[in-house]
Write a protein that binds this ligand. Structure first.
Ligand code: TYC
Length: 93
């Protein structure tokens, strides 16, 4: 086998992107960012405001299975609370 083929590649990384909407309370988004993405309150507030203004924002970067789990957890939490908050994952270029 070629030397090249044997090298272990780092896992491809995925960013969890949260989307803005008109209904989810700002406090709920801040709580999700703190609890699911381990952000401190100030960082969570900054990310939430960025999403609110730009329409989307990055919550974190993870290997694919972890990113997919985070997206799922956001949706579960939003569903449970009755908010339309959406998140998605995208490969990091
Ligand atoms: N736009 C929402 C509001 O004004 C707040 C919000 C921020 C919603 C970020 C979703 O991902 C989001 N209540």
């Amino acid at each position: 086998m070629e030397r090249r083929a044997q090298r272990v590649q780092p896992p491809k990384m995925y960013q969890v992107v949260m989307l803005n909407d008109d209904y989810t309370p700002m406090e709920f988004v801040i709580a999700v960012l703190q609890e699911l993405f381990s952000k401190d309150r100030e960082t969570a507030t900054q990310i939430m405001l960025k999403i609110h203004l730009d329409g989307r924002g990055i919550c974190g970067v993870f290997p694919r299975d972890i990113a997919a789990t985070k997206v799922d957890q956001v949706h579960q939490a939003a569903l449970k609370a009755g908010h339309p908050l959406q998140a998605t994952l995208e490969p990091v270029e």
